[in-house]
Design a protein around this ligand. Structure first.
Ligand code: HEM
Length: 495
């Protein structure tokens, strides 16, 4: 046979193979491939993931496999099955996926390639510095930094109402206060110069984030590469060594990176930049939604403000708006209505997908009766937004109810599906061993921000605006951004 004919036959079989793709085997979940080879259902899924999954759940049941951009993803949509999936750690791996995607997105070399032995494990161990006892100094530092930014930027002027853009307001305060808390401040001043420029670059990068995660090459994304370089350069070791009050967590990470000669300064800086994204990328929009829902529900705002004043009175604090206020970690933990309001806004705005990669062909146990065969390399995905908006679990799920997580004055933890109590009913921070290590810090930060806001300001929405809606472009990647910013009015409270 001539080499040309051989080549043609080879190409033909490849095309046929791609067109036909895989066939569903006995024991496997229903398979939805779509008609476009390779791409599969990626476009429909990308347009509105929540709607797509709801529709397919109705048609195919609780578990189904979808071809999305060459990958086979098995979605588990019944939250009663979540505990089984989350505990099957051995055959399902989270980091295989994130270790491939994060380096390309943030611009550092892949950590698991033998070049940096032990780095990945040590980085994971450093996450302990965000939790437990270590949360106390972080919380204290954040309180001081929030107070500083509020005092210098917003509490100076007396007088009447001011108008602000709510997302911009939340973002700028949370970005700077979190930055100061994590990375520290210059030796001789309390705030960094050039924060506005850094924030601007961050927002531009963040807009491209979903495309980078989808593995679109950065060179195709206009100025994104240059912007990412600027963001990375901000964290070069010679710059960071001039900062003081850096958190133990970031100090530990810097020490770790120093142990690896193969890491260039720019690689270390890229790791620090990635952590900046992790610590603000979700917290800033989550703060916005929490503020938005409270300000647009004055009855809720009133209860939460009263809870805060009661706590201060009980703690013997004589609050007045010309004084700075400090709230300890223990005090924040007592603000149950505030916590319920934040959790409720996370329920309504978070859309994170929990991803695991099958390490071998095996039978995935779904519940006492059912299991599903999965193949090595397949992705198993939980999409908690479906649970968050399930009317059987949450009555009137589209409505903000600030006290949804409260019952008889204590925290409510009992939610049911099919008459069975759910182990997992709110999952904005992921699940199992890969759950967000910054979740306690994030919750405290948002509480601190809202406490200062409610203590120092009267707040109102500007009239005649449309409601804030969710921008689905980050669906699956965390807390969604609003489609449009919201105008609000604020003035210093006379207390
Ligand atoms: C409202 C704010 C936040 C939300 C909604 C959020 C959500 C998440 C989610 C969904 C994951 C993936 C977990 C999984 O797939 O199982 C994650 C991972 C992570 N988050 Fe957060 N996060 C927030 C704030 C923070 C903060 C403030 C920090 C740090 C100070 C942080 C640090 C991290 C890190 C380092 C990881 C990766 C963990 C790993 O590789 O195992 N996050 N976060």
């Amino acid at each position: 046979m001539s080499p040309l004919l051989l080549l043609l036959l080879g190409l033909l079989s490849l095309v046929l193979c791609v067109l036909r793709g895989r066939k569903r085997r006995a024991g496997e979940p229903p398979l939805i491939k779509g008609w476009i080879p390779y791409v599969g259902k990626a476009l429909e899924f990308g347009k509105d993931a929540h709607k797509f999954l709801e529709e397919h759940k109705k048609k195919y049941g609780d578990v189904f496999t979808v071809r999305i951009a060459g990958k086979y993803m098995t979605f588990i949509t019944d939250p009663l099955m979540y505990p089984n999936i989350i505990k099957q750690g051995r055959q399902l791996d989270f980091h295989e996926f994130s270790d491939k995607v994060a380096p390309v997105t943030f611009g550092y070399p892949p950590v698991i390639n033998g070049k940096y032995p032990g780095l990945s494990e040590q980085v994971k161990r450093s996450f302990n510095l965000l939790q437990g006892d270590k949360l106390t100094p972080l919380t204290e530092s954040m309180m001081g930094n929030l107070m500083l930014v509020f005092r210098q930027d917003h509490l100076q002027e007396e007088g009447g109402w001011k108008i602000g853009n709510m997302f911009e307001f939340c973002f700028s305060i949370m970005f700077e206060a979190t930055f100061l808390t994590m990375y520290g401040r210059p030796l001789s001043t309390r705030r960094h110069s050039g924060m506005d420029v850094l924030m601007d670059h961050f927002i531009k990068f963040d807009t491209m984030f979903p495309l980078l995660i989808a593995q679109i090459p950065i060179r195709l994304l206009g100025r994104t590469k240059a912007i990412r370089e600027k963001l990375i350069n901000y964290f070069l070791p010679n710059k960071m060594s001039c900062w003081s009050n850096t958190s133990q967590f970031i100090k530990r990470r810097s020490e770790l990176f120093e142990q690896y000669d193969a890491l260039r300064d720019v690689d270390k800086a890229a790791h620090h930049f990635a952590m900046l994204w992790a610590s603000v990328g979700n917290t800033a929009p989550a703060t916005f939604w929490a503020m938005y829902y409270l300000v647009s529900h004055p009855e809720a705002l009133q209860v939460v403000r009263q809870e805060l004043h009661d706590l201060l009175t009980l703690s013997g604090v004589d609050f007045s708006s010309d004084k700075d206020v400090m709230l300890s970690r223990e005090q924040l933990e007592k603000l149950l209505y505030l916590e319920s309001s934040i959790n409720e806004s996370l329920r309504l705005s978070s859309s994170s997908m929990n991803i695991r990669v099958a390490q071998e062909d095996f039978s995935l146990r779904l519940d006492a009766e059912r299991s599903a065969s999965v193949r090595k390399g397949d992705i198993i995905a939980l999409y908690p937004q479906i649970m968050h908006l399930d009317p059987e679990i949450y009555e009137d799920p589209e409505t903000f109810r600030f006290d949804r997580y409260m019952q008889d004055g204590t925290v409510k933890t009992e939610f049911y599906k099919d008459g069975q109590k759910l182990k997992y009913y709110l999952m904005p921070f992921g699940s199992g061993s890969t759950m967000c290590p910054g979740r306690h810090f994030a919750l405290n930060e948002i509480k601190q921000f809202l406490c200062l806001l409610l203590l120092y300001f009267d707040l109102e929405l500007e009239e005649g605006q449309t409601r804030a809606t969710l921008d689905p472009s980050r669906a699956g990647l965390g807390v969604l951004l609003p489609n449009n910013d919201v105008h609000f009015r604020y003035r210093l409270r006379k207390v």
